[in-house]
Design a binder for this molecule. Structure first.
Ligand SMILES: [Zn+2]
Length: 329
């Protein structure tokens, strides 16, 4: 990868604050550059990479990645913190929901990607193997696309590697979340989110989710910012104390999507973060005469992770997701 520096930047790789643009080496990504802020301490230590804007309408997480750039001081940190605040550059100002407009792929489900694949696949490969090369932890911030409301949650990947599992859980617990989601190990069998793609190579990545409906929300912004600062404290980059937690951080180990059974208008009866019982009515689908077409029931006992907020939902599109709490041993 190559970088070009702005005027108020230190030289890349030197102690100080680098501000500029990153150009990946893969020719499939030529023509695009990524804004990069990298704070490098005068003392050696771990490397933390942070990104947002895989989904460009998830603006609270993007704003968090902007604010984080000002919260690390090269004189006091150990190691480095590298931040790309908007990954899906082809989608910028296009407001596209979930996908990269060049190949219509959802970057979030394309890790680890491949260097000779489509734009999104090449980008995931470049994130992992160029920008995040040698990083101790990668955190990708999300939440609250134009038609969704999400609970405050964090995600790590369950693997067959007990040490990596323990580290992933510990770092995911750095967020003051309603729900800490350990994705089932079966997710590793196909391309997936950053925690999944990195875990396939024995590496650590996490996600955080908070926000709703493409709105800047101070609470959601602070959730992401404080979580990343707590990760930096846990890794030893910052030596300030971990911030206190107020939320339950319920540990969950399954992530169930519920698809809409019919075309219609969704009227929800629960909100993200709420506990739900198996079979409980979570909402109804109605027609445009106000008649109930079908009830949407909870597939399992757990907590509501997110729901679609725009009522009009076509058959087979996702309408909500449920987090299943870990069974006590
Ligand atoms: Zn997202």
């Amino acid at each position: 990868m190559q970088v070009t520096a702005l005027n108020n930047s230190c030289a890349y790789g030197q102690p100080g604050i680098f501000r500029g643009h990153l150009h990946f080496g893969n020719a499939r990504l030529s023509g695009y550059s990524w804004p990069l802020c990298e704070v490098r301490g005068t003392r050696p230590g771990p490397r933390l990479c942070v990104s947002a804007g895989v989904h460009v309408n998830e603006v609270s997480s993007i704003e968090a990645a902007v604010r984080l750039q000002r919260l690390f001081d090269p004189e006091t940190i150990k190691g480095s913190v590298s931040i790309i605040p908007l990954i899906n550059q082809p989608a910028m100002y296009k407001y596209s929901e979930y996908v990269c407009p060049i190949d219509d792929k959802n970057i979030n489900f394309t890790f680890p990607g491949k260097s000779d694949g489509t734009f999104s696949e090449a980008l995931c490969d470049a994130i992992m193997n160029e920008w995040c090369a040698g990083t101790d932890c990668y955190v990708d911030l999300h939440g609250g696309d134009l038609r969704e409301n999400v609970a405050r949650f964090s995600i790590f990947q369950h693997t067959q590697n007990a040490e990596l599992d323990a580290l992933g859980r510990r770092v995911a617990m750095c967020f003051d979340a309603d729900i800490v989601m350990g994705l089932p190990a079966a997710h590793m069998e196909k391309p997936g989110r950053p925690p999944t793609g990195f875990a396939r190579h024995g590496r650590l990545a996490l996600m955080s989710e908070a926000g709703s409906n493409g709105l800047l929300d101070e609470g959601a912004i602070c959730f992401h910012v404080e979580g990343v600062l707590n990760i930096a404290r846990t890794l030893g980059i910052l030596d300030t104390p971990v911030a206190p937690f107020r939320n339950a951080r319920v540990q969950c180990d399954d992530y169930l999507w519920v698809d809409c059974p019919v075309d219609g208008e969704f009227h929800a009866e629960v909100e993200p973060g709420e506990r739900i019982k198996k079979g409980q009515r979570l909402g109804t689908m109605r027609d445009l005469f106000g008649e109930t077409l079908v009830e949407i029931g909870a597939p399992e006992e757990g907590l509501l992770l997110w729901r679609i907020t725009h009522p009009s939902i076509p058959k087979s599109a996702p309408v909500l997701a449920v987090a299943v709490a870990e069974k006590p041993l």
